[in-house]
Design a protein around this ligand. Structure first.
Ligand code: FES
Ligand code: FES
Length: 161
C-alpha cells in the first residue's frame, strides 16, 4: 500500500507499507525519524506519542494506513531550523535545562504530550500536569524533574505573552 502523509510540514509518500504496519514503525524504519521511541508497542507507555492532525496519539497503536492524507508532527518537528542553526522548542529546551532527561527513552513522548498541554492550558496546575502526563511512563527520573521542566516551559510561555 502507498501512504501519502504530511510529516513535520513536508509532503511524503511511502510505498510498500504493509497493512499491519504501525505509524511508529513507518516513521522510525522507513522515514528516518527515530525520535519517537518504541518501548512497549501496546499503548501503555506513551514513548511513541506524536501529533496526528494536531492531537497527541500513541503512534504504536495507529496503523500507518490510517495516517494517509493526514498530518503528523513528531518530536523532531517541534524544533525549528534555519540555515545556520536549529532551535529547540521551549519544551525541549526546558527538559534539557531542568535535567528531566536520563536514559531519554520516555522523553520524546513526554515532550509532545507536555507541548500539547501548555498549548491548551498555558498555566497548568501541578495536578493538571500530572493528569496530562499520566499516560507517559518514565522509569528513571522519579518525575519531579519532568514536572520542573513543564513548569519552566509554561512559565516562560506565560512571560512571553
Ligand atoms: S510504544 Fe507506544 S505506548 Fe509504548
Ligand atoms: S528518562 Fe529513562 S525512562 Fe524516562
Amino acid at each position: 500500500m502507498r501512504v501519502s502523509v504530511e510529516v513535520n510540514g513536508s509532503a511524503e509518500t511511502v510505498d510498500e507499507v504493509w497493512e499491519g504496519e504501525s505509524l511508529l514503525y513507518m516513521l522510525r524504519e522507513r522515514m528516518g525519524l527515530p525520535g519517537s521511541k518504541n518501548a512497549c508497542e501496546q499503548g501503555e507507555c506513551g514513548s511513541c506519542t506524536v501529533y496526528l492532525d494536531g492531537v497527541p496519539v500513541c503512534s504504536c497503536l495507529v496503523a500507518a494506513g490510517q495516517a494517509h492524507g493526514r498530518s503528523v508532527r513528531t518530536v523532531e518537528g517541534l524544533a525549528t531550523a534555519s540555515d545556520t542553526a536549529e532551535r529547540l522548542d521551549p519544551m525541549q529546551q526546558a527538559f534539557v535545562e531542568a535535567g528531566a532527561v536520563q536514559c531519554g527513552f520516555c522523553t520524546p513522548g513526554l515532550i509532545v504530550q507536555a507541548h500539547d498541554l501548555i498549548e491548551h492550558n498555558p498555566r497548568p496546575s501541578d495536578a493538571e500536569i500530572r493528569e496530562a502526563l499520566a499516560g507517559n511512563l518514565c522509569r528513571c527520573t522519579g518525575y519531579e524533574k519532568i514536572l520542573d521542566a513543564v513548569r519552566l516551559a509554561a512559565r516562560r510561555k506565560a512571560e512571553a505573552r
